[in-house]
Write a protein that binds this ligand. Structure first.
Ligand SMILES: Cc1cc2nc3c(=O)[nH]c(=O)nc-3n(C[C@H](O)[C@H](O)[C@H](O)COP(=O)(O)OP(=O)(O)OC[C@H]3O[C@@H](n4cnc5c(N)ncnc54)[C@H](O)[C@@H]3O)c2cc1C
Length: 380
């Protein structure tokens, strides 16, 4: 791979060991019992994985977008659920605090997150539709030195697990052209009348709590606005390249994990004439080649995005496209991996069908790919 060197290979090995030795043994319990893997997030903090894209003064290890990609791919090969939770803490929810957060917010929220001691949710979605911001019911009104929030959120990842929640609320009439009118508030979990509601049962990612939030006259200090009043979507959008690219890497990792399982299985499964599936059937070998080709095409696009970040270039469109393409590759490869396992592929205990279920989560979680298509079309 063009982006690998000795130092990155060491990092890859270290994260692969973490994924194999600590994440993999926990996946079954996590998925069956819906256990939130806080201990793995803490461990990712101890290993420095959560600090791979933060400067040292914030407790990070220095910014290298490719390094973070390599780490996220290794974890997601084993579990895109743990990958998602680590990704949210390593970049998805936290990076906007580095870009537009105040010193107080960095001390109280960002630094503990980088150490793996806390997690941070970003809750926008409401029953009216995640992209229908103008119709959000959650509103905030200024009263002295505090904002008073009323409303509710759905599908909040990390619900019930956070010290602080990023909550998007309307503070003015929303203008879809300027994307102004909504503000991001950092709400502490112990704020009176802040309530976490029902935690959903889902198709996959059972270790990741997804739930509702209720806010009734919740008073939030003025100092706990992320970015500027009415510009919450700008604060959120300041990390749009990273958010989409590191969601995409979860899909790439998931696809690689499914492909490796299928390759191993077809080389081990003894079939007609005492030969393996791989030896016997050209159709099987060619299917694997197609899976490999899809993965490498995706890898090229995605690591190209990380390199653009590394060089400080604007690659918003490319990162969005990568999120869409990586999900397609994830679903295609995982579906073919199930096929290559035959009946065994459909048996839950074998764990291969999990890759397919997780690929469907990537089509909607972190903004539906159709919504992203719509966003890209405005940039064409
Ligand atoms: C597991 C999980 C975790 C999530 N975590 C979070 C979270 O932490 N924070 C958060 O804020 N949200 C979260 N979400 C919400 C997620 O971003 C939305 O579910 C997703 O963006 C789709 O929005 P919706 O559910 O409101 O569907 P709807 O808006 O009802 O859309 C349904 C479908 O209509 C189409 N559609 C809708 N709008 C558009 C558009 N603008 N352009 C083109 N097509 C469109 C798409 O096909 C879409 O899938 C999570 C969702 C899931 C499933």
């Amino acid at each position: 791979m063009w982006y690998m060197n000795e130092e990155r290979e060491m990092l890859r090995k270290m994260v692969a060991e973490f994924a194999e030795n600590e994440v993999r043994p926990f996946v079954k319990e996590m998925e069956e019992k819906e256990t939130f893997p806080m201990h793995l997030i803490k461990r990712a903090g101890e290993l420095g994985i959560l600090g791979l894209c933060f400067p040292e003064e914030l407790g990070g290890v220095g910014v290298d977008w490719i390094n973070l990609g390599i780490a996220m791919e290794e974890i997601s090969k084993v579990s895109t659920c743990v990958g998602l939770l680590v990704m949210m803490t390593a970049v998805g929810s936290t990076l906007s605090l580095q870009f537009v957060g105040t010193e107080e917010q960095k001390e109280k929220i960002l630094k503990p997150c980088i150490r793996g001691e806390q997690v941070l949710a970003m809750s926008l979605c409401e029953p009216v539709g995640s992209s229908n911001t103008a119709a959000y019911k959650t509103k905030a009104v200024l009263d002295g030195d505090e904002w008073v929030l009323n409303g509710g959120k759905i599908f909040c990842t990390l619900a019930g697990q956070c010290e602080y929640y990023g909550i998007m609320a309307l503070t003015d009439e929303f203008n879809p052209l300027t994307m102004e009118g909504a503000t991001m508030f950092l709400v502490h979990k112990d704020t009176p009348r802040f309530k976490v509601g029902h935690i959903e049962k889902k198709l996959a990612w059972h270790g990741s709590a997804t739930g509702s939030i209720y806010l009734t006259d919740c008073r939030v200090p003025k100092t706990m606005i992320l970015g500027e009043v009415n510009k919450g979507l700008h604060a959120f959008g300041s990390t749009v390249m990273q958010t989409y690219a590191y969601l995409a890497i979860l899909s790439l990792g998931g696809a690689v994990g499914a492909y490796e399982e299928a390759l191993r299985y077809t080389k081990e499964r003894v079939h007609i004439g005492g030969k393996t599936l791989f030896e016997n059937f050209q159709a099987v070998r060619h299917r694997l080649v197609n899976m490999y080709t899809e993965i490498e095409a995706c890898r090229g696009l995605l690591y190209g995005c990380f390199e653009m970040m590394q060089q400080g270039k604007n690659g918003v469109k490319e990162c969005m496209a990568a999120k869409i393409y990586a999900q397609q590759v994830h679903e295609s490869v995982a579906s073919q991996a199930v096929m290559l396992h035959g009946g065994n592929g459909l048996m839950v205990d074998n764990g291969i069908e999990r890759y397919f279920r997780e690929s469907k989560m990537m089509a909607v979680g972190g903004f539906a790919v159709d919504i992203i298509r719509d966003q890209i079309s405005m940039l064409l």
